[in-house]
Design a protein around this ligand. Structure first.
Ligand code: DOR
Ligand code: ZN
Length: 345
């Protein structure tokens, strides 16, 4: 059966994983980020916080073509497209994005993260967009942080506005992205079927102590910020529960090494090269490899009402040292030994 991953001797095979949240960026480095992604995933949802942002048919179509042009010949990798929700957008603009084949519109509260200064100040400000998305059955993908709250409370502080949004738009399918707190986990778990969430590898693997308990590690700094062991446990436990509302979105967000290693470092963890081997190692250690195929390869596709991916991916139990730098970026787990490797395709 296509949903079951299995451990066979020293290898673990699962249906080709999906990534429902990635930043491919633009320009010279983009091709290597895309190629790195295609080695681990069958499909990935590209975030629209580019410069300029993805907001209409031509920008979405040309970005998709750039992604596909970066792929090796014969690659079956698929790019799922999104548009950025901006104040002033109307129903026609949403219809044009839908015609360009987007699966979701992304809501970044103004100032919440990288290239989000132009975002809406409230859901009310983009009511026409939300109505159009509900009518067209497009998924609303949300960066769920209230920028005016204190860093560690931003996700929790966002939840009341989400609650009233759900009441106003009962048919709108909503994904709360990159969950980081126990409060958000409970909120999504207790929410309606129309509400799902993505979880990253770095929020499952690390806590604040890893980022700043010793010397500061800017490569683990991201938005929303990685939190406490209690939060990490809540995230792991909900994945272990097998709930179909929670699925993988890497939020792999490369920033060049030099930019991350100077003052005012931007948020973002480059997890594309290491997310799957690190997750298999973690879930093996926790004795819960059984839940990985649903989390990585099924629940997201089902929520988005997309066909499941075809093909399979195999990881082998072969330790490797993660380099200090990959694609000009310091990857997640740099300079550490990971017990599992991707089997070259
Ligand atoms: O850490 C992050 N980096 N969080 C985001 O929401 C955006 C991303 C980026 O684009 O760098
Ligand atoms: Zn992101």
């Amino acid at each position: 059966m296509n949903t079951v991953g299995y451990l066979e001797g020293e290898s673990f095979e699962l249906p080709m994983p999906d990534d429902f949240h990635v930043h491919f960026r633009q320009g010279g480095a983009m091709a290597s980020y895309v190629q790195r992604h295609a080695a681990s995933f069958g499909r990935a949802m590209a975030m629209p916080n580019t410069l300029p942002p993805l907001i209409d048919g031509p920008s979405i179509e040309s970005y998709r073509s750039e992604i596909l042009a970066a792929l090796p010949r014969g690659s079956g990798f698929q790019a799922l497209m999104t548009f950025k929700i901006l104040p002033g957008m109307d129903k026609k603009a949403v219809q044009a994005c839908a015609a360009a084949g987007v699966v979701a519109g992304k809501y970044y509260p103004s100032g919440a993260t990288t290239h989000a200064g132009d975002g809406p100040r409230s859901f009310r400000q983009v009511e026409e967009v939300l109505e159009a998305m509900e009518a067209l059955d497009l998924v609303l993908s949300i960066h769920g942080e209230a920028p005016q709250a204190s860093t560690f409370d931003r996700e929790k502080a966002f939840l009341p506005s989400l609650e009233s949004l759900i009441l106003r738009h009962p048919r709108l399918r909503i994904v709360l992205e990159h969950l980081s707190s126990a409060e958000a986990v409970s909120f999504v778990a207790g929410g309606p079927e129309t509400l799902g969430a993505t979880i990253t590898a770095h929020h499952l693997l690390f806590t604040l102590d890893d980022m700043m308990g010793g010397n500061l590690d800017p490569h683990l700094f991201c938005k929303p910020v990685i939190k406490t062991e209690k939060d990490r446990r809540a995230l792991l436990d909900v994945v272990f529960s097998g709930s179909r509302k929670f699925f993988f979105g890497s939020d792999s967000a490369p920033h060049e090494r030099a930019v991350k290693e100077k003052a005012k470092a931007p948020g973002g963890v480059y997890s594309a090269p290491t997310a799957l081997p690190a997750l298999v190692s973690l879930f093996e250690k926790e004795g819960r490899l059984d839940v990985l195929p649903g989390f990585l390869s099924a629940f997201g596709a089902d929520f988005y009402r997309l066909p499941r991916t075809s093909g399979r991916l195999r990881l082998v139990k072969k330790a490797w040292e993660v380099p200090q730098e990959m694609d000009g970026v310091v990857p997640m787990c740099a300079n550490t030994r990971i017990l599992w490797s991707l089997e070259p395709q």
